[in-house]
Design a protein around this ligand. Structure first.
Ligand SMILES: *Cc1c(COP(=O)(O)O)cnc(C)c1O
Length: 369
């Protein structure tokens, strides 16, 4: 007899579930402690902008209405903010949704998709669910994208190339020069998805001006988000920037009310509070310095970062470090899910959180010597 469980599309059986960061509430419940610090999902510890909170309070009474399907006002604000046109923009329920929409718009079973390893796990997920074949190209020794090898992997069935810039979990960037060389050496009929979730944290002057590529009519989609520096991860809102023709195509696959009303209002208010952005950026730049020094002192190797997280080699099983840190009330990420079992990925927190993390890490390392 036919069993419903067996009727899933073949692609469904190729998927591995996403491993989210452990929630604070879960750790506090399990260990019976409070004051747990989560440095595992690259969230902004300063919270949302106060203006976003005010906008949310005002908007909440209107949630009996459907949201604006077209995100008219947010697109207007974003276009002014970025210096592009509304037609260049698509808004998503997080940039995760946009990744999925891009895959649904372009991928047929058997198409090829290229991305780096390690990189953001969603690229593989959205590609596999459409039945596409994934080519994951290992990063170079310095943990940056190996764009030359990625370009060589482009074949007749290649449709999408995902570049995570800066890369999650390594924190490295692809430079303007490398990106230009990649585009020049690949056929014009592939779509380049530049995932810039940590764009606002980048301080390296060699970081590419990807908006310029869109203006030049390159086949590039830029993805950015309100989840990271803007501190709105819980509301789910991100955006894509591309040529109007590409945006129109992806828009066909979009659900009409994909972005909720509260998220639209909070995003608009956040954009206007560039002070909060500046504060968040400064906190991270200081945090980088503090943590680099601490890792040096503890004899740990780290990858210099352009983001609000750091990829660190502990030279031992990082799952054990993770468990020991959890007992200290600190949540981080282990590198095994990225193929680096001795590494951890830690989000840069507030000064106090960073100090608590380092003190706990030092105790954990000492007790294991
Ligand atoms: C967090 C993250 C996203 C997802 O952002 P949402 O807008 O919350 O969906 C996308 N890409 C990368 C690389 C990320 O780290």
């Amino acid at each position: 007899m036919r069993k419903v469980e067996n009727l899933g599309r073949p692609a469904i059986f190729t998927l591995n579930p996403y491993v989210p960061g452990k929630p604070v509430e879960e750790v506090e419940r399990e260990l019976g402690i409070s004051g747990v610090v989560k440095l595992a999902s690259n969230e902004n510890p300063l919270g949302p902008s106060p203006s976003a909170l005010k906008a949310l309070e005002k908007a909440i009474a209107r949630v009996n209405s459907y949201p604006d399907s077209n995100c008219f006002y947010l697109k207007k604000d974003l276009a002014a903010h970025l210096g592009c046109r509304e037609e260049n923009l698509i808004i998503g329920n997080g940039s995760d949704e946009l990744l999925k929409l891009i895959a649904e718009t372009f991928l047929e079973p058997g198409d090829q998709v290229i991305f780096a390893r390690p990189s953001f796990s969603e690229y593989e997920f959205v590609s596999k669910i459409m039945g596409a074949n994934c080519t994951a190209v290992p990063v170079k020794e310095d943990f940056a994208h190996d764009l030359e090898t990625m370009a060589k992997q482009v074949g007749a069935r290649t449709k999408l190339v995902f570049i995570c810039n800066p890369n999650n979990p390594t924190g490295t960037i692809v430079t303007q020069e490398e990106l230009r060389a990649f585009i020049a050496s690949t056929p014009p009929d592939i779509l380049l998805v530049m995932d810039e979730a940590y764009y606002e944290y980048v301080t390296d002057p060699h970081y590419p001006d990807s908006l310029q590529l869109v203006e030049e009519d390159s086949n590039v989609i830029i993805l950015r988000t309100f989840s990271k520096i803007y501190g709105l991860a819980g509301l789910r809102i991100g955006y894509g920037i591309s040529r109007p023709e590409i945006i129109a195509l992806i828009n066909r696959a979009r659900e009409p009310f994909n972005v909720n009303l509260l998220a639209q209002e909070a995003a608009r208010a956040s954009l206007k509070d560039q002070n909060h952005l500046k504060q968040s950026r400064e906190m991270v730049v200081e945090g980088r310095k503090y943590l680099y020094q601490a890792f040096d002192r503890l004899g740990l190797k780290y990858v210099p970062t352009q983001t609000n997280f750091i990829f660190v080699d502990t030279f031992q099983d990082s799952k054990e470090i993770f468990t020991a840190l959890l007992q200290e009330g600190i949540i981080i990420r282990t590198g095994d899910i990225f193929g680096y079992p001795t590494y951890i990925r830690v989000t840069i927190g507030t000064r106090r959180e960073n100090e608590r993390f380092i003190a706990a890490l030092e105790r954990v390392l000492n007790s294991r010597r």
